[in-house]
Design a protein around this ligand. Sequence first.
Ligand code: NAG
Ligand code: NAG
Length: 292
Amino acid sequence: MESSHTLLAAVLLWLHLFLILIVTARAKVPAIIMFGDSSVDAGNNNQVPTIARSNFRPYGRDFYGGKPTGRFCNGRLATDFISEAFGLRPFVPAYLDPAYNISDFAVGVTFASAGTGYDNATSDVLGVIPLWRELEYYKDYQKRLRAYLGDGKAIDTLTNALYIISIGTNDFLENYYVVPQRRTQYTIDAYQEFLIGIARNFIVDLHSLGARKISLAGLPPMGCMPLERAENLANACMETYNTVAMRFNAKLSDLVLKLNKEIPGLQLVFSNPFSVLLQMITNPSLYGKSYI
Ligand SMILES: *[C@@H]1O[C@H](CO)[C@@H](O)[C@H](O)[C@H]1NC(C)=O
Ligand SMILES: *[C@@H]1O[C@H](CO)[C@@H](O)[C@H](O)[C@H]1NC(C)=O
């Protein structure tokens, strides 16, 4: 299931780049810190007993050394390019990857886990890292960073870092529409509200831990993901799922407006990849490709 989301991941996160640069172009960004799912996992799942892995070919064939790192992508993730654009490393390592240590993580780290979601029940499906635990890893990271950089420099890094949250697709495609439990408890609208509540708490918690510049990603046109298209003979996008994504994005966008009003000093942006991605999917030749 997760690998079906791969093809879009790289394209999707590119969009963050442009949106974020507008907000933070002049500000100093000493580190990029990420939470989420396969769109921003750089190999954390390799350290977790789950089938949601991508540490084998053809993943990574265009990455440095052709290495399948655990990125759900042929090459670098969009967030790797974002890091490079800020003059940081050209890729952001996974927190659980034993090849890296705190001196690497001081300029960027991802706590993301492919297959996870806002909902705890989503991470249970494939036994991956729940979002709340990603935040626990972040707290651990803060301690290690203080020990490594000293309190002053660590606080400066944590305050000025760019935080990226990219998650939510799996709550619908891996959980709500596949596993009956949530469908018996919630209408689709009520389930979205439930997820929005979790997103709100997560951002409030992250802010209370010191984060200030946060980019919250919207959902892609998830009905056009390869697995969803493969489920019908015409290979068509599943309009129901795209509509759900649009509605959820509208709710996320509202949440961002509200939180910016409620929390002084928070710079939260909503980065919505939906329209641009849909255009790429429906009209790939505009972007130099015709094989989709
Ligand atoms: C991190 O690893 C590098 C080698 O990969 C090593 O030179 C460095 O001392 C390590 N730093 C810490 C803080 O452990
Ligand atoms: C998810 O699980 C964690 C850990 O058990 C818990 O603290 C949190 O309240 C749960 N979230 C929701 C929305 O139930």
